[in-house]
Design a binder for this molecule. Structure first.
Ligand SMILES: *Cc1c(COP(=O)(O)O)cnc(C)c1O
Length: 423
């Protein structure tokens, strides 16, 4: 594999940008080679600056459910671009995307747009604390909710690679208001509520964690979280930045039949533009400024290009049988992937069009502790083999992989035949 230009570009980037990247996992550190620099992408493929093309299963970390460079999104975004990039004033596109999301996701009665998933989570938690007049936030080990100070404790995504349990630069006092417990562990959650129940503002959870690989909630676990928060007058916040519009039109909450009080969205809803959103019960959302006392703002929030792209995405995924088709293909794919990995030390976790492959002696990976026992050397060798064969997975054993509607059966067959060789 010729990666001369990417290697040079990375050296150059490292002179100016810490680690050469603007988001840590992009640096490929857990893969043990420098990252590829990408120059273009179309449908299921990305192409690097050495002109190698790959079948992409990272898809900008799950953003591109319609594949890269989708004509329906481009058309709307281009039209918005030509009209003007940003006005710092309301546009009807914001209302239209809000209405479409609210119509799709019943628990969301009002919504506000921000510029990233991180902002969505920060704002939702501020709101939860104001609404409940309580301070403590409960989260789960290995879940990732963006990089706000008080959530950088036992986190997922790139935080899996930190040597200590929280980020430097976060005052420990701030983390006293955050309690992190193992995912899928009802006893741990009960204990925390027994001790702090009346002080807990909210539980925040990725309903299907996808930042420690894909982890499935045990049957009843999410309902248990709904019940215990209701009983204690705490809020339940679903961070659906990955699962929203990924699993089905109403996300993981629709799939599992749970009504959270607040929901955080991001990734898919901006069609590739920087966007996030948080929404939920009207009585909670109405606490936001200018109606209420909870301040939250953004110069570029609800940006017209991002809103137009988001509307285009929502239109496509709302078409009849969109998810049925995507998830149908995905299920065939992951079934075969499981069969290939069995007896080779691989464990596949998958739901709908999200999947991850772990190399572990354990057959079921249910939380961050299991993940930490996985064999990263095996993953690294497997990853590099697949990359050389033209398959680009998310470059870390801790991240999820995805399919898009442009991953045809032929493309998926190609991924599987390369997995068969590389594993
Ligand atoms: C990506 C992600 C975030 C953070 O979103 P950014 O846009 O990167 O700030 C938050 N929560 C989850 C579940 C995510 O996957």
């Amino acid at each position: 594999m010729n990666d001369k230009k990417s290697r040079q570009a990375y050296q150059e980037a490292c002179k100016y940008i810490p680690g050469g990247v603007n988001s840590p996992v992009r640096a490929f550190r857990s893969i043990g080679r420098p990252p590829l620099f990408i120059k273009k992408a179309a449908g299921p493929y990305i192409t690097d600056i050495d002109d190698n093309s790959y079948i992409d299963h990272c898809l900008s970390w799950g953003v591109h459910i319609l594949g890269h460079n989708n004509p329906a999104i481009n058309k709307q975004a281009e039209a918005a671009l030509i009209r003007g990039i940003s006005y710092g004033a309301p546009t009807v596109a914001e209302t239209e995307l809000a209405r479409r999301i609210i119509n799709a996701v019943p628990s969301i009665e009002k919504i506000r747009f921000v510029n990233s998933g991180t902002e969505a989570v920060m704002s939702a938690l501020r709101l939860a604390r104001a609404f409940t007049r309580r301070k403590i936030i409960v989260k789960f080990d290995g879940c990732y909710h963006g990089h706000a100070d008080y959530l950088l404790l036992n986190g997922g995504s790139g935080l899996n690679e930190l040597k200590q349990s929280y980020s430097a630069g976060v005052p420990p006092e701030i983390l006293q208001q955050t309690l992190s417990v193992p995912f899928n562990d009802q006893t741990a959650v009960r204990k925390v509520f027994a001790k702090h129940g009346k002080k807990i503002a909210a539980i925040i959870v990725e309903p299907v964690p996808a930042n420690m690989g894909v982890i499935l909630p045990h049957p009843g676990f999410l309902q248990f979280l709904r019940d215990i928060t209701s009983q204690n007058n705490s809020l339940l916040i679903f961070d659906e930045v990955i699962t929203g519009f990924r699993l089905q039109i109403d996300g993981a909450q629709g799939y599992f039949g749970i009504n959270p009080d607040l929901t955080c969205l991001g990734k898919i809803i901006g069609g590739g533009f920087p966007t996030g959103a948080f929404g939920g019960k009207r009585e909670i959302m109405d606490l936001l400024a200018p109606d209420g006392p909870v301040y939250q703002a953004g110069t570029l929030s609800g940006n017209p290009l991002a809103m137009s792209a988001g509307i285009a995405v929502l239109k496509e995924v709302s078409k009849k049988d969109f998810y049925k088709k995507l998830n149908g293909l995905a299920n065939d794919f992951t079934r075969e992937l499981k069969a290939l990995s069995r007896n080779r030390g691989g464990t596949v976790n998958a739901l709908g069009s999200m999947f991850s492959l772990f190399f572990s002696a354990k057959e079921i990976i249910t939380n961050q502790a299991d993940l930490q026992k996985c064999n990263n050397t095996k993953f690294r060798i497997f990853y590099q083999g697949l990359l050389a064969a033209g398959i680009y997975l998310s470059p870390s054993p801790y991240e999820a992989n995805f399919l898009s509607s442009k991953h045809s059966p032929e493309i998926l067959h190609q991924t599987l035949s390369m997995v068969k060789i590389a594993i």
